[in-house]
Ligand binder design. Structure first.
Ligand code: NAX
Ligand code: K
Length: 491
């Protein structure tokens, strides 16, 4: 898990790391340049064009000069386009200029002719996380011109113009890829910036995560290698009961498909027993579609304590009797999952939030969260609101979207790295509800259930998109859930 720290803290981190290890700031820049170079070799090997490195006056520009050297040494034709004479640039920038081989063309921006081919590569090293005001003057003109140029575009650390932790004011470089150092900067995860960041890649520059955690402890980026440790181990003596008995509640007339998807997803995630409570008239559809589920009668709804977890909301409709809903919330004393209409019904009467058992997992998408918690001006404010909502109500708030965030009752936020745009398909959220409820029913702590559910849902989306792309439907995601256990090597 990578800690996400603020731009201001990165400077303190660098200083502390340099002091503790005795390495120089130049060495750290060299690590960054080498990490980028390794990424470039793996991803851009086949791109034969020239490389244009646009270098600003700070350490982001310095990274660019060091990268230009490594690329030139590997045989690439490289030009560095600079804006400021070295006297006005950072110390490590200047040191790197002195090490630049003579075969690198060093061109002042005012002398550059912008003859860039489609196959060429532009590296954006104009500004990094040290940007402290909107772009203007020649920086703005150059970036606007580059944004209109057809070629491969890669931003180093962050697209120039975007601040590390805030929403962009004004213009920024539009990259196809952003290669960011050590951890993703918070602003790279904002939907407002997706047109600038392109694909985001995190490369390691050798600062151990425990070191970074000294500076910040409440925002984390979840990666594939982190997921195993959140999983529970089962053994050959485990029986059906160990895999949990869950109850899913929802499925009004015409919307029972949502429960078909949730219950199948729960079974594919490993639940031992899945009961559903749906509109009586839909019973036949349900049992035909998923013979493995048990359709609950009214008496089972009375005895909620026998279930290891509940999942409430998929396809429930908003005409549900609120006193029935509240009686479920009041009588169940363990964490449960609430999604879709289960959330919309809470938005109708927010005072009912007090009946939601502590540690429950709420899974709104952006619009559902807005109904629940009110309007926000941007994603930064939305994340702040998600954090305070989780703290105030003692719940885990899974805010769905690209880089789904999980806000916890103690103020932490976890950002997911798996998934793609193809998950935005009808029923995809119902699948996630089934998966999280399943893990919860298997005895996972709520945080672990949310993390494993969110990550594997995204991973299933990635795996199924390999041969289906925009043709992915929710049923494909369900079919791929078992393969995610294999892929992650989880028993
Ligand atoms: N630990 C890390 O993350 C490391 C970061 N490094 C790099 O260092 C970068 C940060 O370097 P800096 O702090 O020097 O910041 P920048 O390289 O972003 O540039 C800051 C400089 O630009 C000026 N400036 C800011 N906004 C401006 C604007 N709109 N117009 C004109 N001038 C403007 C500032 O006054 C300052 O001189 C990172 O983004 C990364 O690329 C690496 O070199 C090594 C280690
Ligand atoms: K940059």
């Amino acid at each position: 898990m990578l800690s996400i720290i603020s731009g201001d803290d990165v400077k303190k981190l660098d200083a502390a790391f340099i002091k503790a290890t005795g390495i120089s700031s130049w060495d750290l820049m060299e690590n960054a340049a080498k990490a980028f170079f390794a990424w470039y070799q793996s991803k851009f090997m086949g791109v034969m064009g020239k490389v244009f490195v646009f270098s600003g006056p700070g350490n982001n520009g310095g990274d660019g000069i060091a990268i230009a050297r490594l690329l030139a040494e590997s045989g690439k034709t490289v030009s560095v386009i600079f804006f400021q004479e070295k006297e006005f640039c950072s110390k490590d920038y200047t040191l790197n200029i002195e090490k630049l081989p003579s075969k690198v063309n060093l061109i002042h921006i005012s002398d550059f002719n912008f003859e860039i081919d489609e196959n060429d590569v532009v590296l954006d090293c104009i500004f990094g996380i040290g940007i402290n005001r909107p772009l203007e003057g020649s920086y703005l003109e150059v970036i606007e011109r580059l944004n209109k140029t057809q070629c491969h575009k890669v931003s180093i650390d962050i697209p120039s113009g975007i601040p590390s932790d805030e929403i962009l004011q004004g213009k920024a470089f539009k990259a196809d890829h952003t290669v960011t150092f050590q951890f993703p900067k918070l602003s790279l995860l904002f939907p407002e910036h997706s047109e600038f960041t392109g694909n985001i890649h995190v490369v390691d520059i050798g600062i151990p995560d425990f070191f970074i955690q000294n500076f910040h402890k409440d925002k984390f980026f979840l990666r594939r290698e982190d997921i195993r440790k959140f999983h529970k181990k089962f053994n050959p003596f485990s029986h059906k009961g160990d895999f949990g008995r869950i109850m899913l509640i929802g499925g009004s007339v015409g919307k029972v498909g949502a429960m078909v998807l949730s219950s199948k997803a729960a079974l594919r995630t490993g639940s031992g027993l899945v009961h559903v409570q749906i509109a009586e008239s839909e019973r036949f559809i349900m049992q035909t579609a998923v013979p493995e589920v048990m359709v609950a009668g009214a008496e089972e709804i009375k005895r909620l304590d026998v279930f290891d977890a509940l999942g409430i909301g998929p396809g429930w409709g908003t005409e549900v009797d609120l006193s029935f809903y509240c009686s479920i919330l009041k009588r169940y004393h363990k964490p449960l999952v609430i999604d879709a209409d289960g959330l919309n019904l809470l938005s109708k009467k927010p005072e009912n939030l007090k009946y939601v058992p502590k540690g429950s997992i709420l899974t709104p998408h952006i619009r559902e969260f807005q109904r629940l918690a009110g309007e926000v001006k941007d994603h930064k404010e939305r994340l702040d609101k998600a954090r305070s909502f989780a703290l105030e109500h003692g719940v885990y708030l899974v805010l769905k979207g690209a880089f789904t965030s999980i806000s916890t009752p103690n103020g932490e936020q976890y950002f997911n790295s798996s998934g793609n745009q193809y998950l935005a398909t009808a029923g995809s959220g119902d699948v996630l509800t089934g998966m999280i409820a399943s893990f919860l029913g298997q005895g996972y702590l709520p945080l672990n259930a949310a993390i494993c559910g969110v990550f594997q849902h995204g991973l299933a989306g990635e795996m199924t998109a390999l041969d289906k792309r925009r043709g992915v439907i929710a049923s494909d995601i369900i079919d791929t859930i078992p393969a995610t256990f294999v892929d992650l090597d989880i028993e």
